[in-house]
Write a protein that binds this ligand. Structure first.
Ligand SMILES: [Zn+2]
Length: 597
């Protein structure tokens, strides 16, 4: 067990202070300096380190102003947003109409050529709604100071196919107090405004820092754990994401001396393009490293905004197969219960198509569940990070990563994933009534749940060797089968939009089937899609169950063979990967550092 007391508050503070000296806009000189700094630290700790440079479609907001021209004349402090459009230098004038939360229906009532005033943040969904409704611009209000936002609904850099989905609207945000005053004006009579916005959008080179720690255990697998967080950010970003970057470095420092105990490699990745390119780096990495990630990457551990002042509300992104580990780590360190909820469409979750399970992200929040009023504002400074809470959160990541890197059998709970899938399908089936038969998928999920329970019992008795290798290969394969089929609509090789995407996204329209009536024309068209969506989920659940069954059969054969004193065998399916020679890292030559396009 790693000694958690080796987590150093003074080192964390040094890393955090150093990184928060630079404004780290994606593709900027400040971000580049921060990338050089973290790469140097990783190299010092013994990681094979490189900085990858790649093309990314980055959008940086410039100057903005909102001028009320009638019924009074006043200038409000305003910001514009990444992926919004620029106005002419003289600005754009129009009527300002209050449009509630900014649904398409609310925005359609605003009318073309006018500005809509929105109670809430400038989100990609609101920008999409505004573009659909054809309004000229949005004035959003939220927060003590307005929050910087990236409003693209396109995940990663746009492609030829998705470029047209970018918002085509002027986006401006003001502080909540100003927004509420504007709303009162709008409700009292006609209001005229002139907005000026400058947004600089285009292709630019951005850095990804990659650090690899090879596993040194004699039974090391040819797999690695990905630990990632964004290095880019808004303003000095001391918390978001400077504190998390400090945690990443400290985790790397603390784990490096334990290399000989690692059964799996650790790959640390510092992304660019999270804040200004809608996850452009992680999406690029997923696309350009797809084959390697598919074959070798076990899990994505994400991190964001650790150790904020007063952040004692524990909640995080997870999946049912990883939630148990996340809760355990928080209980061990903080003696607190973690709300390990299903991940949302955020946080560089670019690896669902590959089939990598995901765990953690931001783990500690304010009492109102937010990351703080200072999040994405110039007030995200070092005074918003509490060194003691930063140590606490860092220990949580050390513990969770230690288990993922050193447990003989990876601590994934696919019985929980199976039961979650069954329950989710049952809930959808209830909504759809008799209009759609989901029973084959439900039966397969139930079978997966039972078989995965048996696998967990077998795993508890496996402390290494061929049995653990066979179970780990099966657990790896279960992610590849289940995650793309149940978390994505776009499938393995593409990315769903950066808009809220529910679990089992292709089946979500069942709700509409009940409304439309299954015998209406529209209902019949929809049913064509839903039958196909059901097939995809049922097939995945059946293949997952078959994968577990084959593993259990192989374990039984191996056990009988061992009883007859013959060498144990993992069987032909799933594949038992050959253990890597422990000194592989050394045989690859000196650790290098460089860059590639
Ligand atoms: Zn962040």
């Amino acid at each position: 067990m790693i000694d958690l007391e080796t987590v150093s508050q003074s080192k964390l503070t040094t890393y955090n202070r150093t990184i928060a000296r630079w404004t780290r806009l994606s593709g900027s000189a400040g971000e580049r300096s921060a990338a050089e700094y973290v790469a140097t630290q990783l190299l010092r700790f013994g990681f094979e380190t490189q900085i990858l440079m790649h093309d990314a479609f980055i959008s940086l907001p410039g100057k903005a102003e909102l001028r009320i021209t009638s019924p009074e004349t006043r200038v409000l402090a305003a910001i514009t947003h990444s992926m919004g459009i620029s106005t002419a230098p003289a600005g754009l004038a129009g009527e300002l109409v209050f449009a509630g939360k900014g649904t398409v229906e609310e925005l359609e009532r605003v009318g073309p050529g006018a500005f809509a005033l929105i109670d809430g943040r400038a989100t990609p969904q609101v920008a999409v709604n505004a573009t659909t409704a054809g309004v000229a611009g949005l004035v959003c209000y939220a927060g003590r100071a307005p929050h910087e936002m990236c409003c693209s609904p396109v995940w990663g850099s746009p492609s030829a196919a998705t470029l047209g989905a970018l918002p085509n609207v002027v986006l401006v945000s003001v502080a909540r107090a100003d927004g509420e005053a504007l709303r009162e004006l709008c409700l009292a009579g006609r209001v005229e405004v002139r907005a000026t916005a400058e947004v600089h959008t285009g292709w630019t080179k951005t850095p990804i820092v990659v650090g690899d720690l090879e596993p040194g255990h004699r039974e090391a697998e040819d797999r690695f754990v990905m630990f990632s967080g964004h290095l880019d950010g808004w303003y000095l970003g001391a918390m978001d994401n400077g504190s998390a970057n400090a945690t990443m470095l400290e985790v790397a420092r603390v784990l490096a001396p334990y290399r000989k105990r690692l059964r799996r490699g650790l790959r640390i990745l510092f992304w660019s393009g999270h804040s200004h390119g809608r996850y452009s780096s992680s999406a690029w990495y997923a696309d350009t490293h797809w084959l390697e990630l598919n074959a070798r990457c076990l899990v994505h551990v994400n991190i964001d905004s650790t150790g904020a002042v007063d952040a004692d509300d524990f909640g995080t992104n997870s999946m049912p197969q990883t939630a148990g580990l996340a809760r355990w780590a928080v209980r061990q360190v903080a003696n607190a219960e973690l709300d390990a909820h299903r991940l949302g469409r955020n946080s560089d979750q670019s690896f669902l198509g590959v089939g990598m399970p995901s765990i953690l992200g931001a783990i500690s929040r304010q009492a109102d569940h937010s990351l703080g009023w200072w999040w994405h504002t110039p007030y995200d400074t070092l005074d918003k990070v509490d060194p003691a809470r930063l140590v606490r959160d860092t220990k949580i990541f050390v513990l969770a990563l230690e288990r993922l890197l050193t447990d003989p059998v990876v601590p994934f709970d696919y019985a929980a994933a199976g039961s979650d899938l069954r329950e989710s399908l049952e809930a959808i089936a209830k909504t759809g009534g008799s209009a759609l038969d989901l029973s084959p998928a439900i039966a397969a999920a139930s079978r997966l749940e039972t078989l995965a329970g048996k696998l967990a019992r077998a795993a508890a008795a496996a402390d290494g060797g061929a049995r653990a290798a066979a179970i780990n290969a099966c657990l790896h394969e279960l992610g590849r089968i289940l995650v793309p089929a149940t978390y994505t609509a776009a499938g393995p090789y593409a990315h769903d939009p950066a808009l809220e995407t529910p679990f089992l996204p292709r089946l979500r329209e069942v709700v509409r089937l009940a409304v439309l009536g299954p015998d209406s024309d529209a209902g019949r068209f929809l049913r064509v899609d839903l039958v196909r969506a059901h097939n995809a989920v049922a097939d995945a659940a059946q293949r997952a169950a078959a994968c577990v069954e084959a593993c259990l059969a192989a374990l039984a054969v191996g056990a009988r063979a061992a009883a007859r004193k013959r060498p144990a065998s993992g069987g032909s399916r799933p594949t038992v990967r050959r253990a890597r020679p422990p000194r592989r890292a050394a045989s690859r030559g000196k650790r290098r550092r460089g860059r590639s396009a």
